[in-house]
Design a protein around this ligand. Structure first.
Ligand code: NAP
Length: 290
C-alpha cells in the first residue's frame, strides 16, 4: 500500500492520479472537509487524516509499505513531518518514507524558514531508523500562475534581484515521485529536482511576455517593500516573511544549480519554462477573461 499525504494539493493530487494510472494500491490522506480532487478514479482509497492528529495518522498509515510525505507550508510544518514519521515508526512495519522537501534542504537553506523546517524533518527521518528517499524540488513553474494578473499587467515585481533559479514543473516532480515510490534502489538517495535551466526573473518575464504577446518587465523589488505588499494583500505574516527569505536566497544565486535528476528518474528531460508558459498562454494574455 502506498500512502500519499498532502494528497489534495498540487503535487500530491497528481502523484495519486499517476500512481493509479499504473494500477498501484493508493491511499490518499485528505483533511476532513477538504474537496477530493476531480479526476481520481474509484480505486483511490481516501482517508480523512490531519497532521496535527496522531491518532488519525495511526489509522491512515496502519498497513503502509511506502509513504509519500508531503506537508503544506505552515508554521508547524516541521512538527507535521515529525508526526507522520512517528506514526510510520509506530506501525512497526518499517515503511519506506519518500520525503518531499525543497531544494537547498541540508545545504544552504539557513535563514529560509521553509528550508529550516524541512531540514529538521529530514533530520528526524534520519534518526527514525526508517528507510528513506528525499525529493528536493526547486521552486515550481506553477507558482507563476498565481502571478498571472501581474503578468497580464506587464509588470512582474519580485525581490529576486538578478539571481537565476532552476524552477521545475510540478508534473515532473510528481512523475519523479511515482518512479521513486514504485521502484527499487532509492534507499538513502537525495534527488534535487530542477528544470533544464536556471533563469533570472528578467529572463522569465521575457519568456512570459513572448507568450503573452505584450512586453512583461521584471522589476527587482526591495525586500521590505515586497513584504509590505504581501501583508497588504492579506498574506499570513509567517508565510510572507518566508517568501521574502526565499527570494533572498534566489537573489544570492542560491537556487541556480541545475541537475539531471528528473531525467534520471523519469527517463526524459525536464520540461522547459518556455513550454510551460506556452501551455498557459491564455492566462498571461491581457484582455483575457479571468
Ligand atoms: N511552491 C514551491 O515552489 C515549492 C518548491 C519546492 C518545494 N515545495 C514544498 O512543497 C510542499 C507543498 O506542495 P504543494 O504545493 O503540492 O502543496 P499544496 O498544494 O499546498 O497542498 C498541501 C496539502 O496539504 C494539506 N494539508 C494542509 N494542512 C494539513 C493538515 N494539518 N493535515 C493534513 N493535510 C493538510 C492541504 O489540505 P487542504 O486541501 O485541506 O488545504 C493540501 O491539500 C511544501 O512542503 C513546500 O515546502 C514547494
Amino acid at each position: 500500500m502506498i500512502v500519499v499525504t498532502g494528497a489534495a494539493g498540487t503535487v500530491g493530487s497528481d502523484v495519486v492520479t499517476r500512481l493509479r494510472a499504473q494500477g498501484a494500491h493508493v491511499r490518499a490522506l485528505v483533511r476532513a472537509g477538504s474537496a477530493v480532487p476531480a479526476g481520481w478514479d474509484a480505486g483511490v482509497e481516501v482517508v480523512a487524516a490531519d497532521f496535527t492528529d496522531p491518532a488519525s495518522l495511526d489509522v491512515a498509515l496502519a498497513d503502509a509499505d511506502v509513504v509519500y510525505l508531503l506537508v503544506a507550508v505552515h508554521p508547524e510544518m516541521d512538527a507535521h513531518e515529525r508526526n507522520v514519521i512517528d506514526a510510520a515508526v509506530r506501525t512497526g512495519r518499517h515503511p519506506r518514507i519518500v520525503l518531499h522537501t525543497a531544494a537547498g534542504v541540508g545545504q544552504h537553506g539557513e535563514g529560509v524558514r521553509f528550508l529550516t523546517a524541512h531540514t529538521a524533518g529530514f533530520a528526524h527521518l534520519g534518526a527514525s531508523g526508517l528507510p528513506w528517499t528525499v525529493l528536493a524540488p526547486n521552486g515550481f513553474f506553477q507558482n507563476f500562475l498565481g502571478m498571472a494578473e501581474a503578468v497580464r499587467s506587464g509588470r512582474l515585481a519580485l525581490p529576486g534581484g538578478t539571481g537565476a533559479v532552476s524552477y521545475v514543473d510540478t508534473r515532473d516532480v510528481a512523475q519523479a515521485a511515482v518512479a521513486v515510490l514504485t521502484g527499487d534502489g532509492h534507499d538513502g538517495a537525495f534527488y534535487t529536482l530542477t528544470g533544464p535551466a536556471a533563469l533570472t526573473h528578467a529572463e522569465i518575464a521575457e519568456v512570459l511576455g513572448q507568450t503573452a504577446g505584450h512586453p512583461v518587465t521584471y522589476e527587482a523589488a526591495d525586500p521590505q517593500a515586497a513584504l509590505a505588499g504581501l501583508l497588504a494583500d492579506g498574506w499570513d505574516p509567517w508565510r510572507a516573511q518566508g517568501m521574502v527569505e526565499l527570494y533572498g536566497l534566489y537573489a544570492a544565486d542560491g537556487a541556480s544549480a541545475v541537475t539531471t535528476d528528473v531525467e534520471k528518474l523519469t527517463g526524459r528531460p525536464a520540461r522547459s519554462f518556455a513550454a510551460f508558459a506556452a501551455e498557459h498562454a491564455a492566462a498571461w494574455q491581457s484582455g483575457a477573461d479571468h
